[in-house]
Design a protein around this ligand. Structure first.
Ligand code: AMP
Length: 385
């Protein structure tokens, strides 16, 4: 039996375990808060400290990128960590991420690193308003971001960012990146796997919708070959440069027919959760296969699928389960406002049928909890004509 230790004990480790069990894989998770190795489905079952976990596994991987560097160093020293600590760190630091994109000559939003007030003023002159400022570290789901739309906001934003950087309690210095606001038509992502022998398999690009900066709906339907090829090309360049092993996600802004990279996640990703029902081999299984050196599974879209995030709610009406092609995925987490608690995958035989099911779901689910779902369903329906 192959044994995998996942750094992080959240829903992504949980879903890796659920995907790995039929392959007879043993998945354990390292909970960075308690410093204990735990069962991914039942955190109360513990299996010792990090070193014990490292000694008792074949492969170590990660479910998130904000992992203490000393933990990464110990794991890397064991020779079992995949992807590498360098790849994981790039996902956790926008400065490293931008440097990677530049070194691979991959298109992304025009940006500047801000170390001083002079840099801040130069960025405003160079990038032109509106500008989005992002913290280099620990920024995700729209946190640690400031939007400068007019010059009368500049002094307050500068003061706020300075406080933020000074108060940071990070192992490497916190910093700020200024980025030109991209007038995108839509946000898409590509999720794919690269295995130990360099084999690459990517899923079809996914269209992503955010509500208050957090992913709310992902849509996996047929896309144009040109966009898919562009995304694959970026995926191949970045993963080959990093000699990456495992699943990696790349988020893009689509402007016309061009894709600009927004950010990369060196792990399984929320925008790939649809693969649990919309493909033969989901991202969690492919991540395990890639890191263990097993052949990768089929990544084709087998039916139009949408994923709806459940944020801050611990129940939905039972009627949801009566809709054919709906699969519920709860994470067994305690309820907290805005927290990712689970997701709903909904599959259909055609895009039209998917639109109808989304309309039905929007009518059943509580509109306050699924704020944009009705709007999304209406826009999808209108697009199909
Ligand atoms: P991020 O944490 O970088 O993914 O940003 C969260 C969200 O803010 C993105 O999903 C976009 O909707 C928006 N956003 C971030 N960067 C930009 C940008 N340069 N231009 C326009 N919108 C952006």
């Amino acid at each position: 039996m192959n044994k995998v230790l996942v750094l992080g004990a959240g829903q992504l480790a949980r879903m890796m375990d659920l995907a790995g069990t039929p392959l007879n894989l043993d998945v354990k998770a390292f909970d960075v808060r308690s410093n204990k190795v735990v069962h991914p489905l039942a955190n109360e079952h513990t299996y010792g400290d990090l070193q014990t976990g490292i000694d008792n596994c074949d492969v170590i991987t990660a479910e998130f990128e904000h992992i203490a560097h000393d933990v990464l160093a110990v794991c890397e020293a064991s020779g079992k960590l995949l992807p590498s600590s360098d790849a994981i760190k790039i996902g956790g630091d926008r400065r490293l991420e931008k440097a990677l994109l530049e070194s691979c000559q991959v298109a992304n939003a025009k940006h500047k690193i801000i170390d001083s007030r002079a840099d801040f003023d130069a960025a405003i002159a160079d990038l032109q308003l509106p500008i989005i400022f992002k913290s280099a570290l620990e920024g995700y789901d729209g946190k640690g971001q400031w939007r400068l739309k007019s010059m009368d906001q500049a002094a307050a934003i500068w003061a706020d960012m300075q406080d933020f950087v000074e108060q940071a309690n990070t192992s490497v210095p916190q910093g700020i990146i200024a980025e030109q606001m991209v007038p995108f038509e839509r946000e898409v992502s590509i999720v794919g796997a690269r295995s130990r022998n360099g084999e690459i398999a990517v899923y079809p690009i996914t269209e992503n919708h955010h509500t208050n900066g957090v992913l709310s709906v992902s849509l996996a339907v047929a896309s144009t070959n040109a966009l898919q090829e562009q995304a694959l090309e970026v995926f191949t360049k970045l993963t080959e440069k990093l000699d990456y092993v495992g699943v990696l996600a790349i988020e893009f802004f689509q402007v016309g027919e061009q894709l600009l990279v927004n950010e990369i996640a060196p792990r399984v990703h929320n925008s790939g959760h649809w693969t649990q029902q919309g493909s033969d081999c989901c991202q969690f299984e492919n991540h395990l296969r890639a890191t263990l050196g097993l052949p990768l599974g089929n990544t084709e879209l087998i039916r139009p699928t949408a994923m709806i995030n459940i944020l801050g709610e611990d129940s939905v009406p039972e009627q949801v389960l009566s809709i054919p092609g709906v699969a519920m995925h709860w994470y067994n987490k305690s309820k907290r406002a805005g927290r990712k608690m689970g997701h709903i995958n909904v599959c259909a035989n055609s895009e039209q049928q998917l639109a109808e099911k989304l309309q039905l779901l929007a009518s059943i689910l509580e509109p306050n909890a699924f704020e944009d779902l009705q709007d999304f369903a209406d826009r999808f329906q209108a697009r199909l004509g």
